[in-house]
Design a binder for this molecule. Structure first.
Ligand code: NAD
Length: 462
């Protein structure tokens, strides 16, 4: 692997994320909208710049294992429904596979593969001794009763029980799964083990409730990590946190925590959109009241009528106004935080977005065309593998605490998280200076250099 800035030997067409020779070699899907092709494309651009050996590129361009299961679940009305679940194990050269489980109607193999690859990149960028994995069940948890959700989680765990393990593959929550779901998974896994394995079984998942070994600070960790990255990166953009305006797409775990923490630091969250609607308040939305409203009502839609917000101050004003989707995107802000799902920022949305910095809290929120359009407008895009790595970092802390049976106070968790986020941000900035590239490519470079060194030292079996 070269450490020089030179790209002289590189085929220029390989520096376009949608057009790399590896795609043909590995017979990739040709659809340019395919998320897996897009994600691998971004990784390959960085690989070309650092002249990562071809053998490592092709290893990383495909996951090690793709597990697909079908399992029946008895629904409340007595009929049986067949569900489809996935667990993709992308790479474990740095440590056990690690990554969330998503319960969502759109879950599909290629998206899970993309998210697993991003987990490998994230863990490497943050120098965690973990690899990348991801999984999910194609279902709509909003349409399931609590009993049905529990049976889906337990039956899925049972279907993949031989594929996961506390030192082999450790799932965590993602979209549509919660600490409660992790508790059911841990319990099901423990029940299926014997002897010492049973006692140790709860380490098989992170993001658990505190009562069964979860870590303090895990619930807010991803949002906190987004804020830690902004604090490190924004001075170079000349944007002070105090008084800055923010808009947030998606107000679930990540979006709502990032918003609440930023509000506490003096920023104004002036517009929020989720799957139920969009709202704004030029004086700053009351994010605490909004988060509570979302828990009770399933989304931000209708908050403008609920009048639950009584707060006021220099970064919060009572009330809200309903706005349209295009009004949401065009709201002028300093920082735009996509915290919903993948591929939501296409060229069309990028053309509307009116900000200086995009902090990707969601995984892969921008398509390559959307990304290019943002860059052409001079918008700095802070990539997901950096911004949202706080979740897996505190998951790693939870795993360490479970292994040692020593539990940390929240102050320790926050302090250690902050250190990891700052170091990951600095690695990204260094790679950007060294290779004179955009932040996304720089984050992939900082990650791939580490994995590349691992392969250089250990070689490829046999
Ligand atoms: P969540 O389920 O708590 O929230 C998802 C949010 O997206 C909700 O507010 C929902 O309304 C919104 N949304 C869904 N479809 C939408 C649409 N069509 N238009 C507008 N909004 C829409 O999920 P989360 O845990 O907050 O995860 C959000 C993103 O962050 C995902 O990409 C996830 O993979 C990523 N992420 C999460 C964690 C974590 O610790 N939870 C860690 C790393 C990355």
């Amino acid at each position: 692997m070269s450490t020089s800035t030179a790209t002289k030997d590189t085929n220029v067409s390989n520096l376009l994320p949608d057009n790399n020779a590896v795609f043909d070699e590995l017979d990739f899907p040709r659809d340019p909208d395919n998320l897996y092709r897009q994600t691998v494309g971004q990784m390959l651009v960085a690989s070309e710049l650092i002249e990562l050996p071809h053998r490592v590129k092709i290893i990383l361009a495909q996951p090690k294992n793709e597990i697909m299961v079908h399992f029946p679940v008895r629904m409340d009305d007595g009929h049986y429904k067949l569900f489809k679940g996935y667990r993709v194990q992308h790479n474990n050269s740095l440590g056990p596979y690690k990554g969330g489980l998503r319960f969502h109607p759109d879950v599909n193999l290629d998206d899970v593969k993309s998210l697993a690859l991003l987990m490998s990149m994230k863990c490497s960028l943050s120098r965690l001794p973990l690899g990348g994995g991801k999984g999910g069940v194609k279902c709509n948890p909003r349409e399931l009763s609590t009993g049905e959700l529990q049976r889906v989680a337990r039956r899925f765990t049972s279907a993949i029980t031989n594929e996961i393990g506390p030192d082999y593959d450790i799932p965590a929550p993602d979209v549509g799964t919660t600490a409660q779901v992790m508790a059911w998974i841990a319990d099901t896994y423990q029940m299926s083990q014997s002897g010492a394995n049973q006692a140790d079984g709860r380490r098989v998942v992170t993001g658990k409730p505190i009562e069964i070994g979860g870590s303090l600070g895990r619930e807010k960790a991803t949002g906190q990590g987004v804020v830690d990255v902004l604090v490190e990166m924004l001075p170079e953009e000349g944007i002070p946190i105090e008084g800055m305006k923010v808009s947030v797409l998606g107000f679930g775990n990540v979006g709502s925590w990032a918003s609440r923490i930023l509000q506490g630091m003096g920023a104004k969250v002036v517009a929020v959109m989720d799957h139920t609607g969009a709202i704004s308040n030029e004086g700053g939305l009351d994010c605490h009241a909004l988060a509570q409203y979302c828990v009770e009502n399933g989304g931000v839609g209708g908050f403008e009528k609920a009048n639950t917000s009584t707060a006021s101050g220099n970064n919060v004003a009572a009330g809200a106004t309903a706005i349209t989707e295009s009004e949401f995107y065009t709201t002028p802000v300093d920082v735009f935080i996509p915290a919903a799902l993948e591929q939501m920022i296409k060229e069309e949305q990028a053309a509307l977005i009116n900000c200086k910095v995009v902090a990707e809290a969601a995984n892969a929120p921008c398509t390559p065309a959307g990304d290019r359009a943002l860059m052409e407008k001079g918008i700095e895009v802070l990539p997901a593998i950096l911004c949202n790595s706080g979740g897996v970092t505190v998951s790693y802390f939870e795993w360490v605490q479970n292994k040692s049976n020593v539990f940390w106070d929240e102050e320790t968790v926050d302090r250690e998280l902050n250190k990891h986020m700052i170091m990951a941000a600095r690695r990204t900035k260094l790679a950007r200076q060294h290779y004179d590239c955009d932040m996304r490519t720089a984050a992939f470079i900082a990650s791939l250099e580490h994995i590349g060194k691992t392969y250089a030292v250990r070689g490829i079996f046999p």
